[in-house]
Design a protein around this ligand. Structure first.
Ligand code: AMP
Length: 129
C-alpha cells in the first residue's frame, strides 16, 4: 500500500476532515495556507486523469463538499483546487483557502502548526460539512 492508502485506511495517522466509502480528506502536513486539505480516492491510482469518467465525477463532487466546508470554516475569497502529484504517487486534490495568489505558492516556506492546532483546524472543517 502507498502512504496515502495507509492514511485512508487509518494505518498512518492523519488529521481527518471528511470521508466516504470511496474518498478521504485530511490536512496537508506542510500547509501553504491554514486549512490546506488533501482529497484522495481510497483506490490506488496515481494519475488523476487515469480515473474513468464516473469515478472522477464522484471524486470532484466529494471534493466540492469539502471545499464548501472549508470556505465556511475559513472564510476566504475562493477555495483553490490544485493537482500536482509530483511527490506522492497517489491521486490527490489540494484544496487551499485563498485570498491572493500568494496563498497558493508552493515554493514559499510552509506554515507550522502544533498538533492541537491541526486538530482544531480539521475539527472546524468537519463541523461545517
Ligand atoms: P504533490 O505530490 O506534489 O502534490 O505533494 C504532496 C503533498 O502531500 C505535499 O503537499 C505534502 O506536504 C503532502 N503530504 C505528504 N505526506 C503527507 C502526510 N503523511 N500527511 C499529510 N500530508 C502529506
Amino acid at each position: 500500500m502507498d502512504i496515502f492508502s495507509k492514511i485512508a485506511a487509518g494505518e498512518i495517522p492523519s488529521y481527518k476532515c471528511a470521508e466516504s466509502e470511496k474518498f478521504y480528506a485530511f490536512l496537508d502536513i506542510n500547509p501553504v495556507a491554514k486549512g490546506h486539505t488533501l482529497v484522495i480516492p481510497r483506490r490506488e491510482v496515481d494519475y488523476i486523469f487515469d480515473m474513468d469518467d464516473e469515478e472522477i465525477a464522484e471524486y470532484q463532487v466529494f471534493a466540492k463538499k469539502v471545499a464548501m466546508a472549508l470556505k465556511k470554516a475559513f472564510p476566504c475569497r475562493k477555495v483553490a483546487q490544485v493537482v500536482l502529484g509530483l511527490e506522492v504517487p497517489h491521486a490527490h486534490i489540494h484544496l487551499i483557502p485563498m485570498n491572493s495568489e500568494a496563498d497558493v505558492d508552493f515554493r514559499k516556506d510552509k506554515l507550522k502548526f502544533t498538533e492541537d492546532e491541526f486538530n482544531q483546524i480539521a475539527e472546524a472543517i468537519r463541523n461545517n460539512l
